[in-house]
Design a protein around this ligand. Sequence first.
Ligand SMILES: Cc1ncc(COP(=O)(O)O)c(C=O)c1O
Length: 364
Amino acid sequence: MRDEQPILLNPGPVKLTERVRAALTKVDLCHREPEFADLMLEIKSRLRAVYREAAHDYEAVLLSGSGTLAVEAMFQSLLPRRGKLLTLANGAYGERIHDLVTISGKASKLVRADWPEPMDLKSAERILAEDPAVTHVAAVHNETTTGRLNDLDSLGALCRRYDKPLLLDAVSSFGGERVEFERWNLAALAATANKCLHAAPGLSFVLARRDCLEPGEGEKSPAGAIYLDLFRYYEAQKSGFSPYTMTTHAAVAFREALEELEREGGYEARMARYREVSGRIRQGLGALGVECFLESHCYSSMISSFYLPEGYDYDRLHDVLRREGFVIYAGQGGLAHRIFRIANMGWLTDADVERLIEVFRRGI
Ligand SMILES: Cc1ncc(COP(=O)(O)O)c(C=O)c1O
């Protein structure tokens, strides 16, 4: 086993730059002191600025917890109790949205596609046309299960045509793919610090249209929960404070990571770099006979899935690569014995990519 930092090719947490890693141990802050409030306000403002279009009408609400917390808080708070969600799923994360909404006692109509397939837009349109009870639409931007970048332009056009607000799981795409706020009728998205934004785990967020974060008149607790109540966070965070203890060390590192993103040229530059690297990985492995699970043009910029090579189960492949310092990722659910995944988020050099392909060339 190499004793350097492992090269994380799992879809988050990612390999940090030295600067972001060092920021984690830079200072101990109390989340009730003004210097933390300043930090929080800066992070919120940098998050709004990742996509220029969001800078004016959207607000970031920061949460201490993983991406699932942000997703659950978004649906708990922004889908009204008497609302009905139309959930499009073609992977584990879309199905999880349907599960967490139904477990909370709210209505979700699931339009499920098989995991290797695109979202079923035809069925979704039929339901939108026939069921006036549907109030909101939900989808996953980049379905991490396979690495498929879902067709949000088409789904967003439906949301516009039928005037349904879209609630989007952008946990694995925010900062590494295009997001269209107006065209997709996007009410809110949920995302995390430790994937395309290259920060440490511990913080996630919801970026929501400001008017969605003001509870309606007479609604005391529209979220029906305390810790998942975005309205409470939003109110307190207007001045940079939070109702509950925040992961303060992760916040210091998050600020640093957001500054790095800006210095590197923003999400467009990161997306371009991701595309170049993921293309090189798919081409390199393809040349060695390791086949992509989806057609190449279906992939997001930063997650690819491959059939397991002949004679390898996932554990064996994992262990060969792990000994060389690379951490890859298994398939989920029914795909566990068929595929493996490689993500290219985080601090990844050209030399790392070349060496990865070389390890496959030698070992597989
Ligand atoms: C699309 C998507 N949604 C939600 C999640 C859940 O995030 P977490 O594991 O940080 O809770 C993930 C995690 O990989 C994801 O890829």
